[in-house]
Write a protein that binds this ligand. Sequence first.
Ligand code: SF4
Length: 344
Amino acid sequence: MKAAVSVDDLVREGLVDAAEAPALLPVEAEFRIRVSGAMRGAISAPDDGVGRQFIPSLQELDVKPEEMGDPIGDDAHSPVKGLTHRYPDRVILHVTKTCEVYCRFCFRRETVGDDGHLTEAEVIAALDYVAVNPAIREVILTGGDPLVLSARRIRGLVERIAAIPGVETLRIHTRVPVVAPERVTDELVSGLGSRLTTVLVLHANHAAEFTESARVALRRLDGAGIMLLSQSVLLRGVNDSVETLEHLFREMLRCRVKPYYLHHCDLAKGVSHFRTTIGEGVALMKALRGRLAGVLLPTYVIDIPGGFGKVPVNADYVTPADAPGAWRITDWQGGVHDYRDPNR
Ligand code: SF4
């Protein structure tokens, strides 16, 4: 099935009402649209747990004052184009801005979709930076979605990263095994192998994303000895119930993916309708603890707005401030930051 990439496509496929389409054109102009064939097949109704993740809505035009173009502060820690160095021992390499789907809540929604991959010269400059900084032990490929690159290109990239003596781990953050499982070919999987420990962090938010093809793709990755972890985003109207999260985490483990992080929804522009309060997230995690074994429980985390890193949402890092919905968050270096729940 061909990917839907415009409001018109979504109207033709019955996912958007023709009468509502004109009002959605400003959303299309502001934020890219793409629904892969696999995800189109997983949507039963536009407002189900998969549909809400990919079908644009007018609520996206409601940009709150606290929302930001770069909510997790990638740019503030970028010594070389395409590379983020926030923590001493690891770097993020943004190899492409393209994705197989464009998620309506994406924290990089201001930058994804430009159809731009890093050029050869930019990759060389980024890897030169890694090579001369021996404290870096891990390279994290992200984007966009790094697994939209060709299998040949990925193999070449992995070989070059593995050739840097100090690097021990390759991490890949991707949605591809669920949203475009057909890309997980034997050729791709063999190209991911090297002397490095390879960790694939799968981004998935709802059990319905795990189609039969996705299960096959994940079995193939697991069979190649790749460690499989997950990250999900807590999303109002998508997965903000105990039952939905339980179903998601059990489905992940069935596919040999360890539920790893549940992210509080970032302060990206036009996504407040997806954002829960911190109290709601904490209550969900407490309820899950009584129902799920530890191996099924991810850590609930928040990326501190502005690029101060990620911390677990627990009393060591996140404490109530002096007003309802106000919080103090302590970063890994001891800095303290104010945070407010969304106003409704
Ligand atoms: S696949 Fe990832 S980077 Fe791409 S739009 Fe979705 S959340 Fe953003």
